[in-house]
Design a binder for this molecule. Sequence first.
Ligand code: KG4
Ligand code: ZN
Length: 349
Amino acid sequence: MAGGSLTILGVETSCDETAVAVYDRRKGLLAHRIYSQVATHAPYGGVVPELASRDHIRKLLPLVQDALATGACRPADLDAVAYTAGPGLIGALLVGATVTTGLAAAWGIPAIAVHHMEAHLLAPLLEPDAPDFPFVALLVSGGHTMLVDVTGVGLYRVLGQTLDDAAGEAFDKTAKMLGLPYPGGPQLARIADTGRTGRFDFPRPMINRGLDFSFSGLKTAVALTARELGGSGMSEVDRADLACGFQAAVVDTLIAKCLRALEHTGRERLVVAGGVGANRSLRVRLAAELAARGARAYYPRHEFCTDNAAMVALAGAFRYADATPGVAAIRARARWDLQQLEPPGAGRD
Ligand code: KG4
Ligand code: ZN
């Protein structure tokens, strides 16, 4: 990113991770801290929004202090704070928005509201081997599955998205069906890698047409097979084979849509971001398919595939041009269309 010195504190609280980072436009990332609420939600088998909000309240300020100390950064060194304003769980978002806007007011610096999915798709720009614009982004998380044509910061065209479950949600729900403890997605992926390919051939909904996704039919097909095999009491071998069949269907579908999106747009760079982007099988197979077409994939480092504040601080740095002085309004939106965003500075004369 071009420009002079600019230091941003980033805050992420949209779901079940409390995260804080300090990003410096010249020096790069100075500190990042992530506190995962997994243990809080595990007994319930999923994220409980009320508990998420309460835990963010407990953890956010200590994490801010910790990140500033790690980055050897004082509030006086900061130019702005950036926070995830949506989309996400509204109570969780409000904690981050309120605390961050309050800190900004006390420190006399602007607070920048960041779109969570924009932060995810810009995350690979934190890496030394960052992609140039334009690129196609596959955003695959627990809440979203979408393909976006990205021509620059704030220039996003959604090419396709899921009509029902997100890919990560399908991983998590299938894991639950197989009796795997929460959070199931990564565990399911691990077991899938030990299963036999070809035993279960599950449907790949909408694979041959368009750029939208649908995973609920696949989930139902896996549920029926799982029941036949004895539900959560099935043998380890059955569980691994079933997981393998499920993962292959999701990965096949994601890859087919990515290749189609690259073909339609004429792009040769694919950014993969969001939690499912950590999936090993997806990465290995994508690399081969893209190489055969003279294209390549770009990923954030592993810990920045899932929710983090480094990506929020970076997005805040890109959007600093729009920061206004004075006490900012507190912004939090459970739903927020990515395509409503504009390039930084677009609102000025
Ligand atoms: O981006 P993220 O941290 O949070 C959301 O904004 O949703 O993504 C979390 C999602 C979960 O659904 C999780 O099961 C999935 O990413 N996930 C994976 C893997 N690691 C995380 N899914 C498949 N394979 C993985 N290795
Ligand atoms: Zn996310």
